[in-house]
Design a protein around this ligand. Structure first.
Ligand SMILES: *[C@@H]1O[C@H](CO)[C@@H](O)[C@H](O)[C@H]1NC(C)=O
Ligand SMILES: *[C@@H]1O[C@H](CO)[C@@H](O)[C@H](O)[C@H]1NC(C)=O
Ligand SMILES: *[C@@H]1O[C@H](CO)[C@@H](O)[C@H](O)[C@H]1NC(C)=O
Ligand SMILES: *[C@@H]1O[C@H](CO)[C@@H](O)[C@H](O)[C@H]1NC(C)=O
Ligand SMILES: *[C@@H]1O[C@H](CO)[C@@H](O)[C@H](O)[C@H]1NC(C)=O
Ligand SMILES: *[C@@H]1O[C@H](CO)[C@@H](O)[C@H](O)[C@H]1NC(C)=O
Ligand SMILES: *[C@@H]1O[C@H](CO)[C@@H](O)[C@H](O)[C@H]1NC(C)=O
Length: 521
């Protein structure tokens, strides 16, 4: 009896000390001076810690004066939703607690659009590592309305409500912050995406980077999402040759050799952010799944997107759209002379449609990067330095899909029809094309029993003619009745820099890889 009592009181006092620390009046980890809060028509959510039983009121001073209603502190946490505030600033945001006269403030707060940037090392790749890094870094301070924030690298086996650590608190961009240690801060794709978007929108952009090199999609997915794809909660064991090569080549995080339990980064680096109101997310990941649950990626990636959307929508009390725009980069290249699963992952990134958005992945957009190989990258060819092109293509997608600009083309040509006769296949595209009559990029599956599973069934066929929106392939030497499918760019590394055979008519956007199967009739 006595020992039970002692143990009970020990537990109680430990609990009390945790509580008293939590009850210190402050904002949650990802609110800070110089931050960007989501602008109207959405309402920004602001939350923090305080004394249970007290009340908290938040007010803004700046171009407009706005006061929210008092909200109660429940279990040491308060949370308020501001009235919609139009783009601009600067504002000071003050929270005051009713129990005493204490107040806490955030200064120089702007209202604009918040974009979350996630993924693995190609998202972590910093502005200091890209081509023309010097010029990019020198330009940084000319964009004081594009603000950056970065979550620290943390793992957790349970869902956390706040970040365990912050790598870069909300800041104005500087050369030092954008060009930190390799793969540390700040993400080039994230920054360039924000900067190009700012050049179009001309109002503040807040960038929230939360990514980690070498990580599989399972680590960023909740148990709920994994369950939808029949993926058990388990350790992702990267014993494959491919993964070990990835580790050797990448030389980035010290803890890269860690094995990734499923959900550990969702728990610690995404779930805590779900109560913030955001506009959308961009994502560059998939390399680590080329040899890990690869053929589940067509389920796990769309399921992760769905799940993030639900979580952010619920967490923000409906302020973040349930179908918020989600942009992603289709994998670039790694090895010129072997097939390591990138072609399958590229296809699975689109839920096997080949393009985005599509029926399964609504309100998404994709930047094709297959034509941006970088054999001489100092960080290994898996880390191409052409991040400006990647970000530019992503921004075209954001403008069209997220911002509804009607006249922005953001997708390369995609086939609408393939016709087969005795000697030819003609492929008609959904737009005018610019094509070069190169061999070796199209292949047909030539198989009497229609088995296309191995590369031996596929024969290269030449483009023999092109029109404004079509090409014609010769199928000799395969008998027409043996043709089961045709595929394009079905190699891990098919083209030289910006030299794939088919682009949009203005030569800006490459046609993504595709497979067309012969319809059974
Ligand atoms: C008021 O609250 C603040 C923040 O929690 C605390 O630091 C301060 O000691 C409190 N003052 C009084 C008089 O209780
Ligand atoms: C915000 O607070 C800072 C520091 O206290 C002050 O210099 C500035 O004038 C304030 N700005 C507004 C808009 O209230
Ligand atoms: C995903 O791809 C695999 C392998 O190609 C296929 O067997 C499976 O049916 C696909 N699943 C979905 C959900 O598309
Ligand atoms: C975040 O949102 C979830 C879901 O609505 C809610 O249960 C949780 O209390 C919120 N957390 C905070 C700190 O507001
Ligand atoms: C699209 O339309 C807007 C407004 O009409 C115009 O400013 C912009 O230059 C156009 N963009 C393109 C790519 O044509
Ligand atoms: C086969 O298709 C090609 C390209 O569309 C066309 O030029 C040709 O006339 C067709 N041949 C036959 C026999 O239909
Ligand atoms: C791949 O490497 C070989 C040998 O170095 C080279 O001849 C070929 O042009 C390369 N292919 C591409 C697409 O870069």
């Amino acid at each position: 009896m006595l020992s039970t009592l002692v143990r009970l009181s020990l537990v109680l006092s430990a609990f009390a000390s945790v509580l008293s620390e939590a009850e210190v009046f402050h904002f949650a980890s990802y609110y800070g001076d110089h931050m960007v809060l989501q602008k109207a028509p959405a309402k920004a959510v602001v939350w923090g810690y305080g004394k249970t039983g007290a009340k908290v009121v938040v007010s803004l001073s700046g171009p407009l004066k706005i006061s929210a209603n008092y909200v109660p502190v429940i279990n040491g946490i308060w949370r308020t939703t501001l009235s919609p505030v139009g783009a601009g600033g600067p504002y000071n945001l003050t929270a005051s607690q009713s129990t005493n006269d204490s107040s806490i403030s955030l200064i120089d707060v702007l209202f604009g659009d918040i974009w979350l940037c996630g993924g693995q090392s190609n998202m972590a790749f910093t502005v200091g590592q890209v081509y023309n890094a010097k010029e990019e870094l020198a330009m940084a301070s000319k964009f004081p309305s594009v603000r950056i924030f970065q979550a620290a690298l943390e793992q957790s086996s349970v869902e956390l409500n706040d970040l365990e650590g912050v790598e870069v608190p909300w800041s104005l961009p500087t050369a030092e912050l954008l060009g930190g240690k390799d793969f540390s801060h700040f993400s080039a794709v994230c920054w360039l995406f924000g900067r190009y978007l700012y050049e179009t929108l001309q109002y503040p952009i807040g960038l929230v980077e939360s990514c980690w090199g070498g990580t599989p999609v399972e680590a960023w997915s909740s148990q709920r999402a994994l369950h939808k794809c029949g993926l058990k909660s388990s350790v992702s064991r990267h014993s494959s040759v491919l993964y070990n090569q990835l580790l050797v080549q990448s030389n980035f995080w010290e803890d890269i050799s860690a094995e990734w339990d499923s959900s550990v980064l969702w728990n610690s680096m995404i779930h805590p952010l779900r109560n913030m109101t955001i506009t959308g997310a961009i994502w560059y990941q998939g390399e680590a799944n080329a040899a890990h649950n690869r053929d589940k990626y067509n389920c796990s990636f769309p399921a992760m997107i769905d799940d993030w959307r639900i979580a952010f929508h619920e967490g923000s009390d409906g302020q973040t759209a349930l179908d918020f725009p989600f942009g992603f980069v289709q994998l670039s290249t790694w090895h010129n002379n072997s097939q390591d699963g990138f072609r399958e992952i590229r296809w699975h990134q689109t839920a096997d449609y080949g393009f985005a958005p599509n029926e399964r992945m609504k309100n998404t957009f994709m930047a094709v990067a297959i034509d941006l190989p970088d054999e001489k990258s100092p960080w290994g060819s898996i880390h191409p330095r052409y991040k400006q092109d990647v970000a530019y293509r992503l921004v075209l997608g954001a403008r069209a899909v997220a911002y509804g600009e009607k006249n922005v083309s953001f997708q390369g040509p995609f086939p609408t029809q393939g016709l087969l006769n005795q000697s030819f296949i003609s492929i008609v595209f959904n737009q005018d094309i610019s094509a070069s009559l190169d061999d070796d990029f199209f292949e047909v599956c030539c198989s009497a029993n229609k088995m296309c599973g191995t590369d031996q069934s596929w024969l290269p066929v030449p483009i023999i003619k092109q029109g404004s929106d079509y090409i014609i392939l010769s199928i000799t030497p395969c008998p027409t009745e043996h043709i089961a499918a045709v595929r394009y760019l079905w190699k891990d590394w098919p083209c030289k820099f910006k030299a794939c055979p088919i682009y949009s008519s203005d030569k800006v956007l490459p046609a993504p890889p595709f497979i067309l199967y012969r319809s059974s009739n």
